[in-house]
Design a protein around this ligand. Structure first.
Ligand code: BTN
Length: 252
């Protein structure tokens, strides 16, 4: 019998336990040449890293915890949001095959209804004006039954559907979906990527509560610009523009 991992379509490194797959892969890239799409998969992380310096909780061997590396040296650093968009879309579209109500919460959280099912941490390295390396780390809650940390609103595929899943098959499909979008990016077909991203947005319709440095307000999403800026129109029809972390989504 051929071991399952030998059939995997990209180089796959499976670790039982590591500090963080992003850190592990970065250290590997610093020591040696690493092929594009090399993927590091861990059963457990002792210091899983999230956005804004947060940690990422995941029970041992229950979920998907992985990082992969690409070298998008054709892409201006100012267009790095496209990498975020294609990764979000790959995850969202794979999760769509298991359940309804998956969306992308700007800029790149994956939601089921109003709960977070997956998070993405992308670390770019630049060479002048261009990207030279991107390490994308992804945590997807698949089979976890209970969450204990203070993460505000986690949910797993098991909690949604009541079923357990074989995680490596889901990983393979996600990577192939992201690769397909990446090929579009290489061909400069960015319009369709941006259109799919906007179509997939959490709260893409209607007025919802938000908070910025000046306080709370209701607004609707008008656009996400190519560089990632979120454009909201508030109840008084005033346009408000935000870069990452400048606005908070509130729940009612
Ligand atoms: C977020 O805060 O939403 C991003 C979470 C990213 C977590 C993943 S798990 C695999 C990879 N390794 C890490 O240390 N973080 C990412």
């Amino acid at each position: 019998m051929i071991p399952f991992f030998e059939l995997f379509p990209m180089p796959l490194i499976h670790l039982h336990k590591t500090h963080s797959t992003n850190t592990w892969l970065r250290e590997l890239c610093q020591r040696q040449n690493v092929e594009a799409w090399t993927t590091v998969l861990a059963d457990f992380q002792t210091s899983g890293r999230g956005q804004r310096g947060n940690s990422w909780e995941s029970a041992d061997s229950k979920n998907l915890l992985f990082s992969f590396v690409i070298f998008p040296d054709f892409l201006e650093a100012s267009r790095q949001f496209l990498i975020s968009q294609i990764i979000s879309l790959g995850i969202k579209e794979e999760l769509d095959t298991y359940t309804e109500n998956i969306s992308i919460k700007w800029p790149n959280d994956i939601y089921w209804k109003n709960k977070k099912i997956a998070g993405i941490l992308i670390e770019h390295d630049l060479m002048g004006e261009k990207l030279c390396r991107s390490i994308a780390g992804i945590g997807i809650n698949i089979n976890q039954e209970i969450f204990y940390s203070s993460a505000p609103n986690p949910v797993s595929l098991f909690q949604i559907t009541g079923k357990q899943y074989e995680t490596v098959g889901i990983l393979k499909n996600i990577l192939l979906r992201i690769q397909s979008y990446y090929n579009d990016l290489c061909m400069n077909s960015t319009d369709s990527i941006e259109a799919c991203y906007k179509e997939s947005l959490f709260r893409k319709e209607g007025l919802h509560p938000y908070k910025d440095v000046n306080g709370e307000f209701f607004a609707r999403i008008v656009n996400v610009e190519p560089q990632g800026k979120l454009i909201l129109e508030d109840e008084n029809l005033k346009m408000r523009e935000y870069m990452f972390k400048e606005v908070e989504y509130l729940s009612i």
